[in-house]
Design a binder for this molecule. Structure first.
Ligand SMILES: Cc1ncc(COP(=O)(O)O)c(C=O)c1O
Length: 308
């Protein structure tokens, strides 16, 4: 079946979903975004994602032309139209991209001159790129580029202007083609990954940067929630590279993979160089929470020779 996407008021076949080359999404990268995922075809924390979307829209001063409840309803309608295409065991992303709409060059790019362009779609959740990191851990690397300071663009506005993140990720991959970035802020504090938040475990305490320099990740909040329910001490604090070098465990959090362990940081082993017990415990806790084995689902997508 052709994928059905939602475009500014209607569900249309993917090939009929066309936007103008003069849209502010294209001309200005002026777009806020959300990515939610499903577990067993059920959206995970969709209301929280839509709540964050509306905060981004407010701060970006974009009027989406509908309220949060309406956004939730059209999203569910779009998901329902596409679920027959997903096999049992496979899941999808649900992506929202909302731009200010038509852009007319002139002295004032801030005026919203048309209705917003609201784009919502599902995407098969391809986990192959992350699957082996659950068991082997990834190599976390600090790129040269720093995160855009929140004084310029608040990191809590989840937006589609990804140039800075992409360049930082490319720099990390100069060190190791499979590296995952740990981007620092202009003060040298750990901020975030190009698409994830960063955690360390140090003497049994789970630590993560405050949201002064990173996105308030829904997965970040989920990990903190799961940890606190298990009486694990959680601290939101400043972290420097030193803290990652000397941590017992390091991991990233993000919607598609939930938790991605890092077993190497800038070439040095993290702890004993193995995926740590707290990381594994939190991954198990998340799997229990959603009733689906997160690691198994990802590893099942690997070719048999790599699945182990
Ligand atoms: C820059 C950035 N940081 C962190 C995250 C993690 O956020 P979430 O857990 O809500 O997916 C993302 C997600 O795409 C992101 O783009």
């Amino acid at each position: 079946m052709t994928r059905q996407v939602y475009l500014s008021g209607q569900l249309v076949a993917e090939e009929d979903a066309k936007i103008s080359i003069f849209d502010s999404a294209v001309l200005l990268g002026d777009t806020v975004t959300e990515s939610t995922r499903t577990f067993g075809h059920c959206p995970f924390k969709l209301s929280e994602h839509i709540h964050r979307l509306y905060k981004s829209l407010k701060v970006a001063r974009i009027d989406p032309g509908m309220n949060a409840d309406e956004m939730l309803n059209v999203t569910l309608r779009m998901l329902e139209a596409n679920l027959p295409d997903y096999r049992e065991g496979d899941d999808c992303w649900i992506v929202h991209n909302i731009s200010r709409g038509a852009f007319i060059p002139g002295p004032d790019p801030t005026v919203q001159r048309s209705v917003a362009t609201v784009m919502i779609y599902t995407q098969p959740l391809d986990l192959r790129g992350w699957a082996k990191f659950y068991t082997d851990g990834c190599h976390a690397v600090t790129p040269m580029s720093r995160i855009i300071p929140s004084q310029s663009l608040d990191a809590r506005i989840k937006n589609r202007s990804r140039m800075a993140y992409t360049l930082a990720e490319m720099e990390a991959k100069l060190v190791d083609p499979e590296a995952q970035s740990v981007i620092l802020d202009i003060h040298g504090n750990v901020a975030e990954n190009k698409g994830g938040n960063v955690f360390i475990v140090s003497d049994g305490v789970l630590k993560t940067p405050r949201t002064t320099n990173c996105l308030a990740g829904i997965s970040r909040a989920t990990v903190m929630q799961l940890a606190r329910l298990r009486n694990i001490c959680v601290e939101e604090t400043e972290l420097q590279p030193y803290d990652l070098y000397t941590a017992d465990e390091v991991f990233f959090t993000s919607t598609p993979y939930c938790i991605m362990p890092a077993t190497k940081f800038n070439g040095l082993p993290v702890g004993d160089g193995q995926v740590g017990p707290m990381t594994q415990r939190l991954l198990r806790a998340w799997s229990e929470f959603v009733g689906l084995d997160i690691v198994r689902q990802a590893r099942k997508q690997l070719p048999a020779s790599e699945a182990g």
